[in-house]
Design a binder for this molecule. Structure first.
Ligand SMILES: Cc1cc2nc3c(=O)[nH]c(=O)nc-3n(C[C@H](O)[C@H](O)[C@H](O)COP(=O)(O)OP(=O)(O)OC[C@H]3O[C@@H](n4cnc5c(N)ncnc54)[C@H](O)[C@@H]3O)c2cc1C
Length: 317
């Protein structure tokens, strides 16, 4: 069975959930081999984690020489791994960085590239949601080794014991891949909530909040969810742009999406309509958001959200 390379999404060795989703998808296509590009010191710890999700091999590319050089060296390292292993496919998380690595890799190896897949079947046929979610497209790479980026929450991670045999891989990185370097970085202040694009649950607020996001945050925290927002809320200066969901904001695809005080404009839908279960709270029963919900509550978010949060907390206790 051919190997399927999965680029591990991590922060200083902390493996992120989309990696486990990709390993689960990789199993449909062949034998999952995880690729860790990071500090060699984290290699063993990372291998222990991906082992539980079926990684048979773990290629550890120590980034001591390439740390801070953005994406180009990662694409070169992956190119060399593709040449060494002739994999059935390369799966990469659909992050901004992941998509750039994937694009560069596809050019280097002369392969077709599919980005933002929301599903990949055992034949390598991908599903994408395009044109603001108004079309579902199935596609397949026909040239070279398929390079596919997959959106977070596209699969439920399935535990499966792999061998996770660690292999150090010394990539040769060209000088031209080292032309842009990060000179300083500052971590964002942590809100304690999950990252918006990766969260399994998102509670989003719109103009209907009137600028008071407390009910949205309260429900989000009771559910362990991320907070999101419509553009109207962002443009009003109530919340930072990094929270915006939609065509000109972030795309989310959580298991549960709660839209509170959001009318459901097409540009907002573009960023959330692939969510598995959609719940809306809106005081206007004619609001367009109700066309796409699984559950709708006609009511004032200022009373519905705190009541729901209290119930969730009560159930947990
Ligand atoms: C090029 C372009 C790109 C865009 N990109 C985006 C984007 O990325 N993301 C995005 O979101 N929008 C985007 N927009 C804007 C989009 O068209 C809408 O204007 C925006 O989504 C509306 O936000 P909203 O639903 O919060 O506000 P509104 O449309 O004003 O809706 C507010 C809703 O809250 C309800 N409400 C009011 N008070 C309460 C209450 N107390 N309790 C419950 N419900 C209440 C109202 O009934 C109403 O349905 C874009 C527009 C353009 C032209």
């Amino acid at each position: 069975m051919s190997e399927v390379l999965v680029l591990i999404d991590h922060a200083d060795g902390e493996v992120k959930k989309p990696t486990y989703e990709l390993l689960t998808i990789a199993k449909r296509l062949g034998e999952p081999s995880a690729v860790f590009i990071g500090s060699g010191d984290h290699g063993a710890g990372v291998a222990e984690k991906v082992k539980k999700y079926g990684a048979e091999k773990v290629y550890v590319v120590d980034d001591a020489q390439i740390k801070g050089y953005l994406v180009a060296p990662k694409a070169e390292a992956l190119q060399q791994l593709v040449e060494k292993t002739s994999p059935a496919a390369v799966l990469i998380p659909s992050t901004i960085e992941g998509k750039e690595v994937a694009g560069r890799l596809a050019i280097k190896i002369g392969s077709g590239l599919i980005t933002d897949a929301v599903d990949v079947d055992g034949e390598g046929v991908t599903t994408q949601s395009v044109f603001a979610g108004s079309y579902t497209v199935t596609a397949k790479v026909t040239t070279g080794t398929p390079v596919i980026t997959v959106k977070p929450n596209s699969a439920t991670p399935e535990e499966a014991e792999g061998a996770a045999a660690v292999e150090e891989f010394a990539a040769t990185v060209s000088e031209s891949a080292k032309k842009a370097q990060i000179v300083a970085s500052q971590p964002r202040k942590s809100s304690g909530r999950p990252e918006l694009t990766e969260a399994a649950i998102v509670v989003a607020g719109g103009r209907g909040t009137g600028g008071d996001f407390e009910p949205v945050e309260k429900l989000a925290d009771s559910l362990g969810a991320a907070v999101g927002a419509s553009r109207a809320a962002v443009d009003s200066g109530w919340i930072a742009h990094s929270f915006q969901i939609g065509q000109t904001g972030k795309t989310v695809s959580p298991q549960l999406y709660v839209a509170a005080g959001i009318s459901g404009a097409i540009q907002h839908r573009a960023g959330m309509q692939t969510s598995k279960t959609i719940v809306a709270v809106n005081k206007d029963e004619e609001a367009p958001i109700f066309e796409l919900v699984d559950f709708g509550v006609v009511g004032d978010l200022k009373t519905v959200l705190p009541a729901a949060a209290d119930k969730v907390t009560e159930r947990k206790g």
